[in-house]
Design a protein around this ligand. Structure first.
Ligand SMILES: Cc1ncc(COP(=O)(O)O)c(C=O)c1O
Length: 440
């Protein structure tokens, strides 16, 4: 799909001014250059250097409020998918805005708790929860475990029974629906590793009801990420609703339905999915079924709220390549998913002519390419750019490949900003390493 293509010359306006104009959280000031909310991004880069992520608290609040409003009246709780951005300041904004957390590891669970999210607002998803993670979830008393296989169900039953507890679980079904998104972020087809095959779910649910330590509460699904079209949601929700009716008709108790996440955002020209349309699809399938509903959005809540600031190291081949100080280890989405990210200069608009350039990182991989043939003004060494929509699946996927330190992170709120993660030191990268004595 167009929004995931990194290749040159998409047929829409990629000029920096058009890209900024399409994003109300950004503006360009004649003297100060690019602003996120009311803070000049140059001021943050001057103070912290680059590469640096910057998150907009106001944008996250506004988006959470918009989704909450769209879901009003549906008895639908939002559980933010922590994997999209696990910074505690972001989790605190979620908690303050009334959202809970969808976690996929013990580490995410503990982060959510540290940020103030209560156990009863936490659900635990994931295809391979370890014994220790299941124990942790049960000892914390979280809202539910989303079970992804018959094998996992037995393990949870044994652990819960040994702890003298009853685990509230939902079965994550695999509805075998194509989300129409990039293959690496599709999760609801039969050949994906996620969930319980649709045709096996009714029997497994009935079995779950007989197991010690297990209280089956309902179903969950999550069909993929960056979904812009509601048709796959409608198809998946319809299959889940049909299964719930069948389960109830056969005497099972079903009180909960977790509708997953995946709502798509604007990366390129395709408009983002509207929260009202998403809520409409939920209402159409589950309205009037007397269910406690939930959703697990990640990207939609935080993706647009983040930018990655980077500086030009040099240009080469007469401007054909612009080498940045940010690389695939800072933001891996283009290398990993062929993802499209809009990129704009941070400086004031100098009115210069635009010419195409490949924006690349300095890592020794051809895949370390953020964009091809992007129209940019002349970018001299030291000039700064902002890589947009970097708030989801950005810093969380960072690595120290090439012994590159993890970038700093700042958060803006109105006219204020603060550092929320210091740039990693090189010593911190090797702090846990030892050279064994036998090497002398
Ligand atoms: C189970 C589950 N829920 C929610 C999400 C969040 O998806 P998104 O960030 O696209 O909303 C994911 C992401 O892959 C997921 O695997």
């Amino acid at each position: 799909m167009a929004s995931l293509s990194p290749l040159p010359s998409p047929d829409f306006d990629l000029s920096p001014e058009a890209l900024v104009a399409a994003r109300p959280w950004l503006k360009r000031h004649a003297m100060d250059g690019l602003l996120l909310e009311d803070v000049p991004l140059n001021a943050i880069a001057d103070a912290l250097g680059t590469p640096t992520y910057v998150y907009s608290a106001g944008t996250i609040r506004t988006r959470l409020a918009a989704l909450t409003k769209a879901l009003a009246g549906l008895n639908c709780q939002i559980h933010f998918a922590v994997k999209a951005n696990d910074h505690q300041a972001v989790l605190r904004l979620m908690q303050q805005g009334g959202a809970g957390a969808d976690v996929v590891s013990g580490g995410e669970l503990l982060r959510a708790r540290r940020a103030g999210i209560l156990p009863r607002h936490i659900v635990f998803s994931g295809v391979g929860k370890t014994v220790d993670e299941i124990r942790l979830a049960l000892s914390q008393g979280i809202y539910q475990l989303n079970v992804e296989s018959a094998e996992e169900l037995e393990t949870i039953s044994a652990i819960a029974a040994s702890m003298g507890q009853t685990a509230d679980i939902v079965l994550r079904i695999n509805p075998d629906v194509d989300a129409g998104t990039h293959a690496k972020i599709t999760t609801g087809k039969a050949d994906n590793k996620f969930g319980i095959p649709y045709d096996d779910a009714a029997a497994l649910y009935a079995h779950a009801a007989t197991l010690p330590g297990i209280r089956p509460q309902g179903l969950a699904l999550h069909i993929g990420s960056q979904i812009l079209n509601m048709a796959p949601y409608r198809a998946a929700f319809a299959r889940a609703a049909e299964l719930i009716r069948h389960l109830r008709a056969s005497g099972q108790t079903v009180t909960r339905m977790d509708c997953g996440g995946g709502i798509g955002i604007l990366y390129a020209d395709a408009p983002e999915a509207s929260p009202e349309a998403f809520a409409g699809a939920i209402r159409q399938a589950f309205g009037g079924m007397d269910l406690s509903l939930a959703t697990e959005p990640g990207r939609w809540l935080v993706g647009p709220a983040g930018v990655l600031l980077s500086s030009v190291i040099l240009t080469k081949a007469e401007g054909r390549f612009t080498v940045l100080d940010a690389a695939m280890n800072d933001l891996v989405r283009p290398a990993m998913y062929d993802a499209f990210h809009a990129i704009v200069p941070v400086g004031p608009n100098n009115g210069g002519e635009l010419s195409p350039t490949d924006l690349v990182g300095p890592v020794c991989e051809t895949g370390d390419t953020f964009a091809r043939a992007r129209p940019m003004p002349r970018l001299a060494p030291g000039a700064r750019v902002a890589i947009l929509e970097a708030g989801a699946y950005g810093a969380v996927m960072g690595s120290t490949y090439n012994s590159r330190t993890l970038p700093a992170i700042a958060m803006v709120d109105g006219g204020h900003w603060a550092t929320i993660r210091a740039r990693q030191s090189i010593e911190a990268i090797w702090a846990g390493e030892t050279v064994p004595d036998f090497l002398g």
